[in-house]
Write a protein that binds this ligand. Sequence first.
Ligand code: SF4
Length: 252
Amino acid sequence: MELFPNITVITTRTALVRSKIPGVDYVINPYLGCGHGCRYCYAVFMRKYSRNHARSAWGEFVEAKVNIAEVLQAELSRKKRRGRVLLSSVCDPYQPAELKCRLTRSCITILGEYGWGVDLLTRSPLVCRDLDLLTALPDVSVGLSIPTDDDRVRQTLEPQAPPIGARVAALQRLRQAGLKPWVFIAPMLPLNPERLYELLAPHTGRVMVDPLNYRGQVRALFRSRGWDYYLTDAYAAATRARLEELFGGRDI
Ligand code: SF4
């Protein structure tokens, strides 16, 4: 995997950010920006928090919070109760910059030392680099985002994110390591439910689905591909129903 070329080093004053996401107490985002550059990304608003890249295209910059592990350690040492943390909410914790910067790995190491619960959600097989660490954690959940079965769709909408086949292979490795990974089919991009089920079912039955919420952002692109139907409520409802039917009740 090529290193993301444009990494800016920054420092942060906070690591843990309170969250209203169900099931977690805090989120940690080791990076500002995301090298995966998904065309539909909901996190593009984060650009306004960048001193260096407020006008850069999303996906073409990433800022690495190089002191985040140190800050996290100090924050955890002051907490009276353990909590649960999601990495990440507005970036991918295993985006290409992580290969070099290892900030996610450092944060997970510290969270494990303090016995905190960790939820990881990523599009990248780079998560498998940390299997040694993840399998030793007392309480961890790993999710792979796999929003389509069709790698041509992935190339159009997630141009810098790893191929679908590589994510499925990562799922397999995580499961073989005993981690019971789950899949976030989100956002539901153009997909074939039966084919996606065939790809995922051998490796997990635990899936969550979510529709494409920021449709305006990709409307022109979808139109240019003749994908108008995939932006409709009818597509979202029918696809969710079929996926729930296919995966219903399975938990392996
Ligand atoms: S991986 Fe997630 S945070 Fe990164 S660009 Fe894609 S949707 Fe946005």
